[in-house]
Design a protein around this ligand. Sequence first.
Ligand code: GDG
Length: 487
Amino acid sequence: MPARLVVVSNRIPTGGAPSGGLVVALDEALREKGGIWIGAHPETGPEEEALTDLGGDAYRRLGFRLSEADRENYYLGFANSVLWPLSHHRTDLVDTNRAFTEAYARVNRRLAQQMAEVIAPDDLIWVHDYHFFPLAQELRKLGVTNRIGFFLHIPFPNITDLAVLPDPPAFAGWLAHYDLVGLQTRADVARCLEMFRATPQAEHLRGGTIKFGAHEVAIRSFPIGISVEAFTQAAQGGAPALMQDGCGDAYVIGVDRLDYSKGLPNRFRAYERYLERFGPDPRISLVQIAPPSREGVKAYREITHELEHIAGQVNGRFGEVHWAPIRFLHRPVPRDEVAGLLRGARACLVTALADGMNLVAKEYVAAQAPEDPGVLILSRFAGAAEDMTEALLVNPHDCDEVAEAIHRALTMPLSERRARYRACMDVVEATDVGDWARRFLDRLAACPPTLSVAGKPVDVALRALGGDSSQNRARAGYPDAVPTEEA
Ligand code: GDG
């Protein structure tokens, strides 16, 4: 029987047709292979022993329930106030609250225990993102020998930034228990290998594979993309109602979750510089969509106020009664409208200060009309810039450079716009999210068996991890496990 797939991600789609490229790709992979999607239960509540059934047809959806305290300390805490800022070079924002560390370890341990009850020996397990770094290690402690892959959606941290963790060497151990670690870019792979180079237990094998004790983990880049056809189609739906009056003839667009990593204050300042240097033109506006995100974290509330302040200043300084240079929408906009807005924009500004990939860059390109495309202005610090080299690449910290890029984009001859669009679109097509998922899963399935189930190395390795391996493996139905009375 072909291997089933078990996906673990913080978010799990609940009901209705899945939207968003990643969710669609994982949904398709699960429909094809059958299996289970495990994610955080949409509602907090008292801790539960087993995973909660969230329904499903072609595959099962199971939720792990977080208490209110776990949501604070694990999700908003360690995941989003420690791991997120340190991976985006904002160690100044890291909150070293001890309760966060404890909750992160406990939630991952509990989830591993709950998973061990539902997985079968041949399942391929695919874990997503920084909420679950230690999950493979916890599963191995329980005797789980399945192939386990991990994909990190955000930048791989620098060694120096990792030093803010309460136990920095533990980080290498978390990753080493996966069979395959997928990262967004070649630069991320280089940083990950550098971290292992500084780890005494890690031995470098050829081609980016690390031997850590008895176990081998492959580190590879799998640049993520979008569902190209679906997005292109959605964009052809025409200009959304939002644009029907009062926006002038042309606009530059930004679409970002409101996050300090996305470089929104510097974008607004750069737009102000553009207005200063090239003169305000009431036929052109900057449309910025920035739905709220993680409002339980102070840094996110602060950046919202900062943006409202800058937009107010710029509009007060350059606006007219009938025209605001910056239109700032601090609310989510339906997906089809986002696609239509991207299509209509003469240029798109992606000015992230650090970003794993940045899907908006790819969505903008996919949304363009090939015969008259707009221009992508892309931060060199977004993962997308590694391959989309024909976008107008900018240093987002340099307001003048960004202002000049806006001017250049708005005055670029059609032939150059078309050539740049084609080169960027080639990258977008080559990284379609469906292919991305297939590539990852094929590579995971080809990994050598983990801690080979027969013989000593398994037990030696598992004992070293401190797990009660034989009992747990027996309970999970592994063929080589020693049956015990409890089993
Ligand atoms: C993480 C990494 C990596 C935004 N506003 C609205 C809306 N969006 C959609 C965009 C896009 C998605 O949200 C944002 O994706 P990004 O890739 O830009 O950024 P993160 O959310 O930070 O994602 C990132 C990604 O994971 C995938 O691996 O690329 O680097 O940080 O699809 O269009 N969608 C709708 N309304 C909005 O108002 N419907």
